[in-house]
Design a protein around this ligand. Structure first.
Ligand code: NAD
Length: 349
């Protein structure tokens, strides 16, 4: 497998293949870019079919973190790690300790946190071997409330551009997923007088939204068919795809889910369909801002101000996309690269 020629390589600074025979650890840590500061990104545990699949995933995810933190105005670079294995059967203290020693060996160039299949308790074990962790118990805590707030503000920015006003009163919003982020987000919308259509595989969450927020319950298969103004994916990735785009009636797609577009080409397809898309990594940056507040010791006020900044960032992305007649995702990536180039130039003088 060739790393430097890999299609997702994109000038990664460092890629570390970690192996510990005693614990069975196989992991890859990818540090994409530290122009803005030490790289921060979660560790994901996944039963990848091959190490090449794991490499592709970690390279793509770490670059995403560089862009996300740059656009969120954080003093952080982008990195990510994957542990190859079954999270149900292969977790052990020895494995996370060995992993922690690898994180530590990077001397702070990479700071880790939770991601898919990694819990706070796992990160606590990693933290026994390295101080380069964020999101541990008793520190910054759950990022979801800040993610929900940022997503809500992002929806207001999108409404301003798509409907001429940031007021959400009377707008119909289809919320897919009422988990840690989705429920709080739906609560903000309900307070503003939006008309909610909700779904979740967990019936209790749906019942709660119906009784407490006056939402209308929709089946998980029909959420994309709802006649609404805004579709808010807050559960799974890749829900914006060729099939759902035949059904989605919304003029705005804005939600907290990661990797909402099935392919990068869907960014342009959405533009051509006249649907305003709030790039996922911009609108859901409340979580990384929250985690960074721990690593960078932001005050509570500073953290909240940075989350509120998501509105302005999206406002700028939407304005530029309209002015240049280009897709919003493409503009967001370009703006992130501009921030990195400016910082790199500043460092050179
Ligand atoms: P969560 O696991 O708490 O909630 C996800 C919800 O989606 C659950 O209630 C689950 O039952 C529901 N769900 C699963 N499959 C579904 C389906 N087919 N249709 C409808 N609902 C379904 O996760 P979360 O922390 O609320 O995160 C939601 C999304 O936001 C994820 O994509 C996550 O990656 C992203 N995100 C979260 C944060 C954060 O701070 N938690 C930060 C950035 C991005």
């Amino acid at each position: 497998m060739s790393l430097f020629e890999h299609k997702e390589f994109d000038n990664h600074e460092e890629v570390v293949f970690c192996h510990d025979q005693a614990s069975g650890l196989k992991a890859i840590i990818a540090v994409h870019d530290t122009t803005m500061g030490p790289s921060l990104g979660g560790t994901r545990m996944w039963n990848y079919a091959s190490s090449s699949e794991a490499l592709t995933d970690v390279l793509r995810l770490s670059r995403g973190m560089t862009y996300k933190s740059a656009l969120a105005g954080l003093p952080l670079g982008g990195g990510k790690a994957v542990i190859i294995g079954d999270a149900k059967t292969q977790k052990s203290d020895a494995l996370f300790k060995a992993y922690g020693r690898f994180v530590d060996s990077l001397g702070g160039k990479y700071i880790t946190a939770e991601d898919v299949n990694i819990r706070t308790s796992d990160i606590e074990i990693v933290a026994s071997q390295t101080r380069f962790v964020a999101g541990t118990e008793g520190k910054a805590g759950d990022p979801s409330p800040h993610t929900a707030l940022g997503t809500y503000l992002g929806v207001k920015a999108a409404a301003k551009h798509a409907f001429g006003s940031e007021e959400l009163k009377g707008l119909k919003v289809a919320v897919q997923g009422l988990g840690a982020v989705g429920y709080d987000f739906a609560e903000y919308l309900a307070k503003d007088g939006a008309e909610l259509f909700v779904c979740d595989v967990n019936q209790d969450s749906v019942d709660r939204a119906v009784s407490k927020l006056g939402a209308t319950a929709v089946s998980i298969d029909e959420i994309c068919d709802v006649d609404c103004d805004i579709y808010a994916p807050c559960a799974l990735g890749a829900t914006v795809n060729d099939d759902t785009l035949k059904r989605i009636k919304a003029k705005v797609i804005a939600g907290s889910a990661n990797n909402q577009l099935a392919t990068p080409q869907h960014d342009r397809i959405l533009k051509d369909m006249g649907i305003l898309y709030a790039p996922d990594y911009v609108i859901n940056a409340g979580g990384v801002i929250h985690v960074c507040s721990e690593a960078a010791s932001f005050s509570r006020e500073e953290t909240a101000a940075r989350v509120r900044g998501i509105y302005n960032t999206l406002d700028r992305i939407f304005s530029r996309a309209t002015a240049e007649d280009r897709p919003t995702g493409e503009i967001a990536d370009e703006m992130a690269r501009e921030i990195l180039a400016a910082k790199a130039a500043e460092k050179r003088v």
